[in-house]
Write a protein that binds this ligand. Structure first.
Ligand SMILES: [Zn+2]
Length: 348
């Protein structure tokens, strides 16, 4: 998982990468936000960036830094097979694990759950994956023991030792109390990320020992305003990318270039977020918020953004944001972007 795969949250992410780059990594942090807004995805992208051996920096881009996505460490973390990355999550007895269940018994299921839902699966979807719909699932004291013991060992790869506790609000009190000691006296080069939807049910002693990062609901706190402001412009432009009638497209580009640079960058960031939403809609069935006033278009367009073209679309938009922040001639940059987007959309 890379930061670029996450919808919105740009200010949160830029602050996180800055902290990692400065070497002031806090050993215990809590990421709070709806599962569907990508709190777990953010935790994974964060750890991937932390361990990446070739961090990428983009001055002036909407994302100032990201992991490379291709070094051995990035690959292991994105496939959830890094030997120093450990997951804890609510669990319960099943037909397979009849007695004393713990997270260790469900690692395969959890990996499947994260992959299938792109790190944005809900608690209900997790219960479904485990096959325990009607039972209570909790993070229990065996999980706390396992976490403490595992993080006390030497790192396999000699780098960071990492634990993610997903749905941390589902920790039983005895588990939370055990975990406290580890949070107070962490061993060297250790990061514990508590990921949850709400900290209301968490012990105050836990809350006071972690640094809290809050996600903006709905991906982006400007989303609603942006939808109103940029939505119609985006949809008009997308339609023209399929037809490629030069005269109409040139008129549309003129309209986009008439905004000031800051607005152009905001429009392109909004487009990036919308394309990610379309991608997650076409691949994972998550909701998408295109509102063109034409139901057929709103239903059809998201299917055009697939695993075959999302990278091209992301690259085209990021390059243009960068060019515009470097004072490139907007009409040319936006026309070139239109051609790249048009080619990419045909590659679905
Ligand atoms: Zn990397």
């Amino acid at each position: 998982m890379q930061f670029k795969d996450i919808v919105g949250q740009r200010d949160v992410i830029n602050r996180l990468t800055e902290i990692i780059d400065s070497g002031r990594v806090s050993h215990a942090q809590m990421i709070l936000g709806d599962n569907e807004d990508g709190s777990l995805a953010l935790a994974l992208a964060y750890l991937q960036y932390l361990c990446c051996t070739d961090r990428q920096h983009h001055e002036g881009g909407e994302l100032r830094a990201d992991s490379c996505g291709c070094c051995p460490s990035c690959k292991k973390i994105s496939q959830l097979v890094h030997p120093d990355l450990h997951f804890y999550f609510p669990n319960a007895a099943t037909s397979r694990v009849k007695d004393k269940p713990s997270s260790a018994d469900f690692q395969g299921e959890f990996r499947q759950f994260v992959e299938e839902n792109h790190g944005r699966g809900t608690f209900e979807q997790w219960l479904d994956t485990m096959g325990i719909e009607n039972k209570q699932a909790e993070i229990n004291v065996r999980d706390a023991d396992d976490l403490t013991q595992t993080l006390g060992l030497k790192a396999y790869e000699g780098g960071w030792k990492m634990a993610v506790v997903w749905m941390a609000e589902k920790m039983r009190t005895d588990c939370a109390n055990k975990l406290l000691k580890t949070l107070e006296e962490p061993s060297e080069r250790t990061v514990i990320l508590l990921v949850g939807e709400s900290d209301e049910r968490m012990l105050p002693t836990i809350r006071s020992r972690v640094q809290t990062i809050r996600l903006h609901p709905g991906g982006n706190h400007h989303q609603a305003e942006d939808n109103e402001e940029f939505g119609p412009l985006l949809v008009e432009w997308l339609r023209l990318l399929f037809k490629l009638k030069m005269k109409d497209l040139a008129a549309q580009v003129d309209k986009m270039a008439a905004m000031n640079r800051e607005q152009q960058k905001q429009f392109l960031s909004y487009t990036l977020d919308t394309m990610r939403e379309c991608f997650l809609h076409s691949t994972a069935g998550l909701p998408c918020h295109l509102h063109s006033g034409d139901e057929k278009f709103d239903a059809q367009f998201p299917k055009m953004v697939t695993v075959n073209n999302i990278e091209m679309i992301n690259a085209a938009l990021n390059d243009t944001i960068f060019a515009i922040s470097r004072n490139a001639y907007a009409k040319i940059a936006l026309m070139e972007l239109s051609f790249r987007m048009s080619r990419a959309l045909k590659k679905r």
